[in-house]
Write a protein that binds this ligand. Structure first.
Ligand SMILES: Cc1cc2nc3c(=O)[nH]c(=O)nc-3n(C[C@H](O)[C@H](O)[C@H](O)COP(=O)(O)OP(=O)(O)OC[C@H]3O[C@@H](n4cnc5c(N)ncnc54)[C@H](O)[C@@H]3O)c2cc1C
Length: 537
């Protein structure tokens, strides 16, 4: 039996197993495929609430773009858009809104190929860049005000190149952003939401309506969804855009090995669409990749971040130790460009500082230089940020708290030994760590982890302080494999008919990631998926 035969017989088996079946409800709260929500097992027994040309699940930028594409290009085609939350439930509304564009497509293709290190096929990368060429014009064509658009050559900061300047094509990155708060949602999210709402003649946009299952016919074709207890039929296809698994502790632990993770946003992103696609036979990719992890300061009760968005710079004012009282990584974490802002006058990108892949330190969207390569590192579930009295106002903005100890943000003690006891780490280890660190500061070099010289801040003046740090994440990138037409593929590499995806659920970003690339793929693959579905490709 040849390889092809193996594939064919396996597919035959899968199809037989799915014959006359519905991929019934899965349990939303766990990874287990519970059968409690199973519906009818025969398509003929289903009472369809409605029928649409295209059904889209998830209303972040990917889902909104897919729905808008149906309205804008579909010549009267209809779309059901179901969203689990009331609207602002995913990552898009809280993002900074920067979208990669392709002003220099040849260089950009080379750059992204180098970033993904073969984890994404070339034709998918090429389709991505091709799609980026139209993103800005397409957004304007939908009605965005050109005067509101920030058009940037570089990555988020004008004049800067991509996050990996040592890679070919890194000077080809460009991006744009609609006006609004850096922290959203008054940028592309609100614009697209307004567009979708304004096209209610063809888009049925239902919030608080979670997709619970995909419905397949006897051939395995996805023909609809179950959402909020009702069944909806799709004539041309279903596009799953339900985001990642930032809020699913089991998936985070299983796929990335990290526990007790705090996500910055993505409240509704519990991996629902990933499990639904798995149940429909999808293969997975990029599951361990994402804008993760770093150790960000929380209040002592671990209920709140010191700053809701990235807390860019406070970690440079001290050191971070694990529960063994030792430093264990380059502990001035954050993100490359933002981490680089030392003051209003002085902007240095540490991660990009010397352009040498093997020697740069820092964080590039939370990828960490590790053994001379940039990888998504796990982080321990708990650590402590240690600093001294001289740096209290730097470590925590007085506007957030003038008395961090009284306000529950920090513990303090007059000696390092006493502080060690309060935070439950070995006193001898913490004392040694602080002594060694202060020696590095005196010598002008962090011989252990090569933290940039500008960040060598001693821990030497009592009282001493400790803030709780927990592993933090912006977004995951893993999910069902998609091809250049945004079709979801099975493990044999064949498209599952009628099933498409867009956005960070099964992102094309494998390997290393460049900021602005997630929203770009929402926009690009949202359009591609809608076009493919409408053409029944
Ligand atoms: C603070 C922050 C800043 C960022 N800044 C940028 C940036 O400037 N540029 C960039 O490129 N990227 C940025 N990112 C990453 C980017 O925001 C996300 O990757 C992107 O928004 C993902 O969009 P999406 O449409 O795939 O998913 P999301 O926007 O997360 O939307 C998914 C939606 O699906 C819904 N959903 C989940 N399950 C179901 C279900 N069962 N049924 C129906 N709906 C469901 C969720 O409620 C959610 O609304 C940032 C992320 C964060 C957290």
């Amino acid at each position: 039996m040849g390889v092809m035969d193996v594939h064919q017989s396996r597919r035959g088996f899968v199809k037989a197993a799915m014959a006359a079946s519905i991929v019934g409800g899965y349990h939303l709260a766990t990874v287990a495929r519970a059968s409690e929500a199973e519906g009818p097992t025969n398509l003929d027994d289903i009472e369809w609430t409605g029928e649409y040309d295209v059904i889209v699940a998830g209303a972040g930028l990917a889902g909104l773009t897919a729905a808008a594409t149906v309205a804008y290009e579909g010549d009267g085609a209809t779309c059901l858009l179901v969203e689990k939350g009331e609207g602002m439930n995913g990552n898009t509304p809280y993002s900074f809104g920067f979208q990669m564009t392709a002003k220099h497509p040849e260089g950009l293709i080379n750059y992204i190929k180098a970033l993904v290190k073969g984890a994404t096929p070339d034709d998918v990368v090429e389709a991505f860049v091709e799609g980026m060429k139209e993103s800005l014009d397409w957004t304007i064509a939908l009605g965005a005000n050109e005067g509101d658009i920030q058009d940037v050559d570089g990555f988020a900061v004008p004049g800067k190149v991509g996050e990996y300047p040592e890679l070919p094509g890194s000077d080809s990155v460009s991006c744009f952003r609609l006006s609004g708060d850096a922290g959203g949602p008054k940028h592309v999210f609100l614009f697209m939401q307004e567009y979708v709402t304004a096209h209610s003649d063809v888009i049925d946009y239902r919030t608080s309506c979670p997709m619970e299952a995909l419905v397949q016919d006897a051939t395995g074709r996805v023909v609809g969804i179950k959402a909020n207890g009702e069944y909806f039929k799709a004539k041309s296809g279903v596009i799953v855009c339900t985001g990642g698994f930032e809020r699913d502790p089991e998936m985070l632990y299983n796929f990335t090995g990290v526990s007790e993770v705090n996500a910055k946003a993505g409240m509704g992103n519990t991996g629902d669409g990933i499990r639904a696609c798995m149940k429909a036979g999808a293969d997975l990719w990029h599951m361990s990749i994402g804008a993760m992890y770093w150790l960000e300061c929380r209040n002592l009760e671990n209920t709140s971040f010191v700053k809701p968005n990235w807390n860019f710079s406070n970690k440079r004012w001290g050191i971070t130790v694990g529960m063994n009282g030792r430093r264990f990584y380059m502990d001035d974490d954050g993100a490359s460009v933002t981490n680089a802002k030392l003051s209003d006058d002085e902007v240095v990108s540490f991660a990009n500082a010397d352009g040498d892949l093997t020697r740069s330190v820092g964080y590039r969207h939370a990828a960490t230089q590790f053994g001379g390569e940039w990888v998504t590192l796990p982080m321990p579930s708990k650590a402590w940020f240690i600093f001294d009295a001289d740096n209290l106002a730097n470590a925590i903005d007085p506007e957030i708290s003038a008395d961090p100890v009284a306000d529950g943000w920090a513990l303090s003690a007059d000696t390092i030994e006493e502080l060690a006891e309060k935070i439950g780490v070995p006193a001898d280890e913490l004392t040694h760590t602080v002594d060694v660190w202060n020696g590095f500061c005196d010598g002008g070099e962090d011989v252990a982890f090569y933290r940039p010289a500008a960040t060598l801040t001693k821990v030497a003046t009592a009282p001493y302080y400790a803030m709780l740090c927990k592993p933090t994440i912006l977004n995951t990138d893993g999910g069902p494999v998609r091809d250049a037409k945004a079709r979801v593929l099975d493990p044999a590499g064949d498209p599952i008919p009628g099933l498409y995806s867009a956005g960070e659920m099964g992102s094309v970003w494998g390997g290393m990631y460049n900021g602005t690339g997630n929203l770009a793929e929402c926009s690009v693959f949202g359009r591609i998926a809608a076009r493919s579905a409408m053409a029944s490709e």
